[in-house]
Structure formats: structure tokens, C-alpha cells
Design a protein around this ligand. Sequence first.
Ligand code: PFF
Length: 452
Amino acid sequence: MSETKTERGNWNSKLGFVLAAAGSAVGLGNIWGFPTQVADNGGASFILIYVICCLIVGLPVMIAEFAIGRHTRRNPVGAFKKLGNGWFPPLIGLWGVMCGVMILSFYLVIAGWTVGYIFEEIFYYLGIVAASEWVSDLENGIKNAFFAILFMIATVGIITGGVSNGIERATKTLMPILILVLIIMIGYVFTLQGSMEGLRMYLLPDLTAINTDLVFSALGQAFFSLSLGMGALLTYGSYLKKNQNIVESATYVTIADMGIAFLAGLLIIPAMFVAQHAGITIMDEDGNLFASTTLVFDVLPNLFKSMGGFFGLIFGSSFFILLSMAALTSTISLLEVPVSYIIDEHKIARKKAAMIVGGLVLAISLIISFNIGLIDLLATIFNNVGLPLGGLMLSLFLAWFWKTENAIEEIRSGYENLDHGYFQNVWTLFIKYICPVLIALVLITTLYNLVS
Ligand code: PFF
């Protein structure tokens, strides 16, 4: 069924929904964020704690978002308005919409860098040095703005196509290509010298490296990577049919997200050591591995160059194409949150809504393009504080106002064996107590670290 103007769409197939939600989850957070955090936090021990965080906090909160979305069939603001009385519940949704707008505005600039680097690889190969330097200059405002605009046009284009024709179709094509490219690249890196040293760091946990900072970073990373806390997956859940099993879908999405993060690390951590073998500096004077921007936009491109010739071009451009694709399926979901809000609550047609919100977000992105120092600040406010805060409010609201019994009734639809087994009791325990307490601890620590 095709959707028109302000009518709500539906996912066409069960797999389509899982892939779209996984597409939202899999993004820069997996391919860039996760390996960086692993490198920063002592390798395999981070992975261990990260997996635990995804399973004991991420998965229960994701099930909650899907259940609220499908039950209300609304955007986050409308959903909380429908479930609760008074002025406060819609604010939880509005917080999500705001986080969506702000995260998208800087995510777009970074996504723009990834597109720029596809061209950097090509220009470098062709020997057009000036152009190659121009596209790889992360501080060049005009260039940043140009690529952010390009990325926004692609995002708006897909969103305008609607739920099944736009989002579902795009993610169904992009996700399998992404996995394939990743696996081919991993296979290649393992043939190079130095990769085994990286593999050891990646797979053998040093349990003494586990401390509270590591646990808090892991939980924050889990929220961002699983797209939780701002109603993106709630919105995707609102297009879900009643015969789909929410718990099963959430489990697939969580596993896909963790799996791709794991694959990305399997590529990047060994690649860093291959780079070191090739004489590229990968650590600062104190012996700490380079993090974030330097790692992805400096160490890796240098590695691709050291491969030389056509091979370096194919490898390098594939990597950045892969990063941009992953980012695109995430920007779609970031934009879908405010767009669905405007469609539902202000009865504006999808196309117009996408253009209005897209324009607004782009205006903020342009400011950031010229002041990239803002990215750290915005990421701290909206990723590290905004998403966990949203997740905390969502869990508390569900557990204590909407009530877990009502949520379970929603989850029952599509989940025939719900009454056999432990799901009800386990999920109730997690969403009522374990998730809120853990998230609150992380938030308090993050805020304490910020002010001290
Ligand atoms: N999960 C995305 C990533 O890992 O890059 C980022 C993201 C998308 C966060 C959508 C939040 C969101 F609602």
C-alpha cells in the first residue's frame, strides 16, 4: 500500500523493518566510534563490557521503544501525549525530537567528511594534489558545507519517498553491500604484516583494564550505536504491523549492530597495526593510540596510500563509500523523528515536512561546518547526556505510568509464545529497575565528570 501526504505508512516486510532499524543503528557509531573506543579503552575488555551493556540495557530499552511506537502509531511527541496525561509526557518526546535535530546537524558534517574522502582517494590516485588536499581539509568551512548539503539532499530525497518506498528500499539495498565490503576488506587486511598484533589486542581481554570509566563509556556508546533514547526506533516501531514479533526483531537489530561494530573493529584495529608496520605513526608520545578523527581521517588514508596505486584506490574508496552508506541509513532515521512529528502533529505533507526540517537542520550544520570545534560540545550534550536522559525518561515512563502490563499486552501481539518462558518477568525486572538504575548512574557520573 502506498502512503500519501500525511497518511502513515507501514513496513512492507518483516525483514524490511529489521534492516531499516539495523540501518539506523549501524552508522558512524559502529564503524568509527566503536573501534575508536576499543582502541582508547584497552581493547578486548571494552568489547566484553559493551556486549553486556547492549544486552542488559540496550535490548530491553529497544523493546520498550518498539512497543510504545507500535501501540500508539505516533511520533515520539504524539506517542507520549497519547499514553500519559498532563504537560510532562510530551516533553519526553520533544526532547527526543530536539536530540534528533541537534545530533543530525553535526552527524551530517562528519558524514560529509566521509564523502569528501571518497573523492580524496580518487584525486590522490589521479595525482590531482590540490583537489585531494581540498577535500581532505576537515577545517575548510566551504568544503564542509558543500558536502553537508549533498548529504542532506540524499537524506531528504529518501525520506520523501516515504516509509516502504524510501527508507525500507534504501536500507534493504545498502545494508547487504555494507556487510560484503566490510568482509572483503577484513580478508585483505589479514594478509598484511602487523595485522596479527592488532588481532591479539582486539581479541584477548586484559581484565585489569576494566574500570568505571570504561563501563560508562561502553553504556554511552551502546545508546548511541543502538539509536536509543531519542525515539528513532519508537518512530520506526510506529510503522510496524501487529503480526511482527517485537522481541525477536529487537534481538536481530541488537545482534546486527553489535556484529557490524565487531566487524568494523576487526578491520580497523588490525589495520592500525598494519599501518604502524608500514611506518605510519599510530600513537602519541605517551604510547596512546590515536583516537577518533586522527584514526579514521589520517591513519587509515595513509595506510591506503601506502598500499599504492590502483589497489590503494579501490581499498580506500570502498572504505569511505562504506562509511557514507552506513551514515546515510542513520541520517535517514535521525531526520525521520522530527519529520514524523511534523507530519502527525501539524498535519503537514511528508515532502514539505522533510524539506522544512531538512532546511532547518542544514542551517545549523552550516554553522558547524565553519566551526568544527562545536562538534565535541554538541556530541557531549546530545549523545552523552541527551540520549541516556531520553532513555531514562522513556523507561521510567513506561514502567511507572503506562505500566509494564500494558506494554506486555502490546508485545504479545506477534509473539505467540510469550506466556511460555521467562520473557515477561525478565523484561519487567530490567525495564523497571535495572535499566533506570544503570542509566541514572551513568548520567550522574557523566555530569559529574563534566563539571569537575
Ligand atoms: N546509531 C547511529 C550510529 O551508530 O552512528 C547514530 C544514531 C542514529 C543515533 C539514530 C541516534 C539515532 F536516533
